[in-house]
Design a protein around this ligand. Structure first.
Ligand SMILES: [Zn+2]
Length: 406
């Protein structure tokens, strides 16, 4: 997992940790020790470790080699009842479902959902599966999101130089627990090798640089390890007025900026690492509104400029009376000329740890870097099915509100 050459050249990271007397109950495997980590059975660590915050499955190859599809489809393409017109000029993944084929698609979707629910059941048996909400939660925003132009705040540029993975792990989304395995996620994780340069995604002032001890950045000290927090030059207009926006970069192997320093977009902040509570080298990125606090985070998916030919989906899943449905898994099915494929799941936010909507969108779920095209968004909420066809456009956020009859 970590090249030995690499590890021997890295300076020990947490001098501060060592000198401050790390609490004895912190499992040493979570400290940065490449040698020890290379000998670990990570699966057993994930299931047995006392802290299970961070995991970073790398899915770089998936996206780099095949941007249109995830490779996760559970369906085989089937012949359609009507001939599909050839669209040589249009990219394959931008196609719309041919009319008349919808009934077949629906059947496929039902089959796929059955297949998925079996997987979910297996997960439930081991205590790792999602929990179906028995009732809606708190009242949620119901405002109409502003126009695309004024509503978008894709202020954050890619955090890595070209050629490196820029895509966050969809299996551990903001607000999710990775299927019940980890702590509720207050940001997103982007995997890259140790030492990969981390770049400022937007300009601003460095308000924190170094270990998150004694400064508290997470739920407890030494959680994000070596970190950088930048207060952006740009401010966000909300109903509370003009608010600061902070971006946190966590688990760094090295920090190359200092508190009080101003950085421009693309400036070098440090290297990817796994300091703090992290399994596998990755960058943890967080967006905080109003205060530089663990309890003021919003979904970075709505802030990071989507990769080329992809867009973002913001979902608001509410009850008939405007209450949020927490912890619901909504599936995205992708229409293609040859059939329909399950693409990804968007999980609605839990009502815990101040995980909440973005002031600009009022969503309770979001996912970005979705290839442009037409999708069906569907799921089951307390026994009731919801579904909506949506179009994902290049470089834009598609907002969709779903209401149950309950
Ligand atoms: Zn993370």
């Amino acid at each position: 997992m970590i090249e030995s050459d690499d590890s021997t050249q890295r300076a020990p990271i947490s001098d501060t940790h060592a000198q401050s007397g790390q609490p004895a109950n912190i499992d040493p495997i979570y400290r940065y020790d490449p040698e020890a980590l290379s000998q670990l059975d990570l699966e057993s660590v994930l299931l047995q470790g006392p802290y299970r915050d961070e995991l970073n499955p790398t899915f770089r190859d998936e996206f780099v080699s095949r941007p249109p599809m995830s490779g996760l489809s559970v369906l085989r393409p089937v012949a359609l009842s009507t001939p599909v017109p050839s669209r040589n000029a249009a990219p394959r993944f931008a196609s719309r479902p041919p009319m008349g084929a919808l009934n077949i698609l629906r059947e496929e979707i039902d089959k796929a959902r059955t297949s998925l629910s079996i997987q979910v059941e297996v997960g439930s048996d081991t205590g790792l599966g999602p929990r179906t909400p028995s009732g809606p939660g708190s009242l949620w925003p119901t405002f109409e999101p502003p126009s695309l132009i004024s509503g978008e705040h894709f202020w954050l540029e890619p955090p890595f130089p070209g050629g490196f993975n820029q895509l966050y792990s969809p299996g551990y989304q903001f607000g999710s627990t990775g299927g019940g395995r980890y702590r509720i996620h207050h940001g997103v994780d982007i995997g890259n090798p140790v030492g990969t340069p981390v770049l400022a995604t937007s300009s601003g002032e460095v308000v924190h640089a170094g270990p998150d001890n004694p400064n508290l950045l997470g739920p407890y000290n030494d959680f994000y390890g070596n970190s950088v927090v930048i207060r952006l030059d740009r401010k966000l207009n909300t109903s509370r007025g003009e608010e600061d926006v902070f971006v946190l970069y966590g688990h760094l192997v090295s920090v190359e900026v200092q508190e009080g320093q101003w950085v421009g977009t693309g400036d070098y902040l440090g290297g990817v690492g796994m300091t703090g509570i992290a399994i596998g080298p990755h960058l943890h990125m967080e967006v905080r509104i109003g205060r530089n606090s663990y309890l003021h985070t919003v979904n970075p998916a709505l802030w990071m400029r989507p990769a080329s030919y992809t867009g973002t989906v913001a979902v608001r899943l509410l009850s008939a009376t405007g209450r949020t449905w927490p912890g619901v898994q909504l599936s995205l099915y992708r229409y293609e000329e040859t059939g329909v494929s399950w693409y990804r799941v968007i999980e609605t936010y839990p009502e815990k740890e101040s995980i909440g909507p973005d002031p600009s969108w009022g969503e309770n779920g979001a996912l970005s870097h979705i290839p442009v095209g037409t999708y069906l968004l569907t799921g089951t909420v307390n026994g009731e099915e919801v579904r909506q066809e949506i179009t994902v456009s290049d470089g834009q956020t598609t907002f969709v509100e779903l209401r149950t009859q309950q």
